[in-house]
Design a protein. Structure first.
Length: 202
């Protein structure tokens, strides 16, 4: 948290860091309280392995955003004969209280084609009675070169995670992170220009 505070003061913006509190169910809230006490501003739960009920209990307990990771989800979504839709997993996680939710990866490493990832992203954001939207997260095999296609297919309301895509550059991590920001800023500038043009035409 000291490192985050230092980074925030240098770049004049707030960084969220998701501390993974996944554990035996009876320990999750204890882990949550401990990391919040130490200054954490977001928590992560591997909701498939912990369970939807664990996610729901955590959502009722916390005021911090919950970053919901869907590890092991393919065990019940991938089989064509008796599986369930990934969008259903997305909807259940949103119902249970996810604030940010992994939806797969645009042109990434998981098995899902882009259209399934896009469908899950829309499930995160579309009107759903009184349930608040959650932020779709594209992750797994992302890097600077995929910012544009993520922005095009998922829109501006999405989070793009690139762990290995940044840290894989062992000697130039700072330059790699900077290139991610520059690519994102360019995409957002283009998005704003296109929407300003549409407003002018109307």
């Amino acid at each position: 948290m000291e490192a985050l505070d230092k980074a925030n003061s240098e770049k004049n913006e707030k960084t969220l860091y998701a501390v993974n509190i996944t554990d035996e169910v009876e320990k999750i809230l204890e882990n949550h309280d401990q990391v919040i006490k130490l200054g954490a501003n977001r928590v992560m739960l591997n909701f498939v392995t912990a369970g939807f009920s664990a996610l729901r209990v955590l959502a009722k307990h916390t005021k911090a955003p919950i970053h919901a990771h869907r590890d092991m989800f393919a065990a019940f979504t991938r089989m064509p004969t008796h599986s369930i839709s990934t969008a259903v997993v997305t909807k259940l996680a949103r119902l249970a209280g996810a604030d940010q939710l992994h939806i797969g990866a645009i042109q990434g490493k998981p098995y899902e084609p882009d259209e399934i990832v896009i469908a899950s992203g829309r499930t995160c954001l579309k009107e759903f009675h009184n349930i608040t939207p959650c932020l779709p997260v594209s992750s797994c095999g992302q890097h600077t070169g995929k910012i544009a296609i993520n922005s095009k297919l998922l829109g501006k309301d999405a989070l793009i995670l690139a762990g290995g895509g940044v840290l894989g550059h062992l000697k130039v991590i700072e330059a790699s992170a900077l290139s991610m920001r520059q690519a994102l800023e360019a995409c957002m500038k283009k998005f704003l220009q296109e929407n300003t043009r549409k407003i002018s035409l109307n």
